[in-house]
Design a binder for this molecule. Structure first.
Ligand SMILES: Cc1cc2nc3c(=O)[nH]c(=O)nc-3n(C[C@H](O)[C@H](O)[C@H](O)COP(=O)(O)OP(=O)(O)OC[C@H]3O[C@@H](n4cnc5c(N)ncnc54)[C@H](O)[C@@H]3O)c2cc1C
Length: 480
């Protein structure tokens, strides 16, 4: 039994960017001079041998740090940008070099200007683009004079098709949004993509988008940023800051279950041996479906809800080409493959064009190519392919798309099974059901991270910081 004056123990499950940020923020809150809550101890438990989760950086082809998962985060929202500065990474931050992106539909087409996540803000740039047919362009141009939308059932694809027709959906919005979430936008919640959801309220989506673009502060600031030493620098810095603040991190340790222990929770873990610890509060920052079983004996209904969350798997192939000087790829930062044209490859990023610090000294090219997405019938099989087969497929498809003949000099394949949570239409209701069931029946247990309120790194940081605040408030009430 713990007494009201004992330090309160918080266990954080998962040392991805979300779990690490939540632990760090809690420790920072508790060390602030104006903090009046109980003393805290914080333990992060991570099943992998190292921290970072989807953030992983390693040397490749003679370059010290090439990311295997995310390679940058959005710099136009504050959360990750501010955290990086707080962790003293400001001097290491870099931005993508200017380059244009394309959509692959029969051939590569530059992405038209003036889009908001694929939504047109005018018709001129569409009219001059080679991407869409005349029929598609005329259909899109009718959008401002259409009556208000019918019910889009919280699916991005429904709204965009209703307003702009099939081509804007299939060739612009779906590739742009789909590539961020590995999603099929026909089955993805509009509400969970706030930039698009904000366009749906008025009569015309195009006119609302145009107004928002005109009213947005004009800024030449880059859209993305990243540490030159790789994104793992950020998670490693969080790791170090947590330890410096007196927190504990147990890697190679898997949480097996959470049960009640009087007013506290018992966390059962396995590493080399089985062990358990008690906690006053638990932050579950591990992916929803993988965490469902942890709650089986505590709250079977919530466990079922977590288990019903769907995720898409992807494979990331990183290749260094033998060829130097690839004029056909000059100035191209990458391309997205429209669904009608997709085989296995969904996107290719020309890393050496995108990042000045990813240029091999011999003038060859580093490419990062993504395979697999939600709803792709063959996606699971790709994970079973051996590396050589994956690379052959990538070289074949990318050579065809870019009309070059690529030869890999070296390659690295990273498999990301169940890496992208899929926010189905109505996802926010799902989140609220889980959160309210926990508040009611299992107070002090919080869920946070990519499965819940946003996939991108800034959204994960934002959720983690809010969860840390909620946890601190919960613990301060235990004192009363
Ligand atoms: C290939 C790829 C590219 C991406 N590109 C970008 C990008 O460019 N920009 C961007 O902003 N975002 C990008 N994302 C998304 C972003 O990286 C992730 O959404 C984010 O990193 C998820 O962080 P998280 O902490 O919520 O979850 P995770 O990183 O999944 O961390 C969860 C942790 O929980 C651990 N865990 C699971 N079960 C247990 C257990 N029982 N006990 C203990 N530990 C457990 C896992 O090992 C893992 O380390 C990308 C993702 C991928 C996969």
């Amino acid at each position: 039994m713990s007494s009201a004056t004992d330090p309160k123990h918080v266990v954080v499950i998962g040392a991805g960017i979300t779990g690490l940020t939540a632990a760090y923020r809690l420790l920072k809150l508790a060390s602030a001079s104006d903090y009046s809550g109980p003393a805290l101890t914080v333990t992060v438990v991570e099943s992998s041998a190292s921290v970072g989760g989807k953030i992983r950086t390693s040397p490749f082809a003679g370059i010290a740090a090439i990311d295997e998962g995310p390679d940058a985060y959005l710099a136009r929202v504050p959360h990750a940008v501010a955290l990086a500065r707080e962790l003293n990474l400001g001097g290491d931050i870099t931005h993508p070099t200017a380059g244009h992106a394309a959509v692959m539909h029969k051939k590569l087409h530059p992405i038209p200007e003036g889009l908001m996540l694929g939504v047109p803000t005018g018709v001129m740039s569409l009219a001059t683009s080679s991407l869409m047919s005349w029929h598609g362009k005329i259909r899109a141009a009718l959008e401002p004079i259409l009556p208000s939308s019918g019910d889009h059932k919280d699916a991005i694809g429904n709204l965009i098709r209703q307003r702009f027709g099939k081509e804007v959906q299939q060739l612009l919005v779906d590739p742009l949004v789909g590539s961020i979430y590995a999603a099929d936008t026909n089955n993805f919640s509009l509400e969970m993509v706030p930039q698009l959801a904000a366009l749906a309220g008025g009569r015309s989506v195009l006119l609302t988008a145009r107004k928002q673009m005109a009213n947005a502060p004009k800024s030449a600031a880059p859209i993305f940023e990243t540490p030159r030493s790789g994104l793992a620098t950020m998670t490693q810095s969080l790791n170090d800051a947590i330890l410096a603040l007196g927190g504990h991190i147990a890697t190679s340790t898997t949480v097996q279950g959470i049960t009640r222990a009087n007013t506290r929770y018992l966390i059962e873990m396995s590493s080399d041996t089985a062990s358990s610890i008690t906690a006053d509060s638990v932050i579950i920052a591990s992916p929803a479906r993988a965490s469902a079983h942890l709650l089986n004996s505590l709250n079977a209904d919530v466990a079922t809800l977590l288990g019903s969350t769907e995720h898409a798997s992807v494979v990331m192939a990183t290749i260094k080409t033998v060829e130097t000087d690839l004029p056909k790829l000059a100035g191209l930062s990458g391309y997205l493959v429209a669904k009608p044209d997709q085989d296995r490859v969904t996107a290719a990023s020309f890393g050496s064009n995108k990042w000045s610090h990813w240029k091999p000294s011999d003038g060859s090219m580093i490419l990062r190519v993504s395979l697999g997405r939600d709803g792709a019938p063959i996606q699971d099989l790709i994970h079973e392919w051996d590396d050589e087969r994956i690379v052959r497929q990538v070289v074949d498809e990318v050579s065809r798309h870019t009309q070059t003949s690529l030869t890999p000099d070296s390659f690295r394949v990273t498999r990301w099974p169940e890496a992208f949570p899929q926010y189905r239409p109505g996802h926010m209701k799902h989140v609220e059901s889980v959160e309210s069931a926990l508040t009611q029946h299992n107070p002090g247990i919080f869920v946070t991270g990519a499965s819940w309120r946003g996939i991108g790194i800034p959204a994960c940081v934002n959720q983690a910081e809010k969860t840390a605040q909620s946890t601190a408030e919960f613990l301060s009430h235990l004192q009363d």
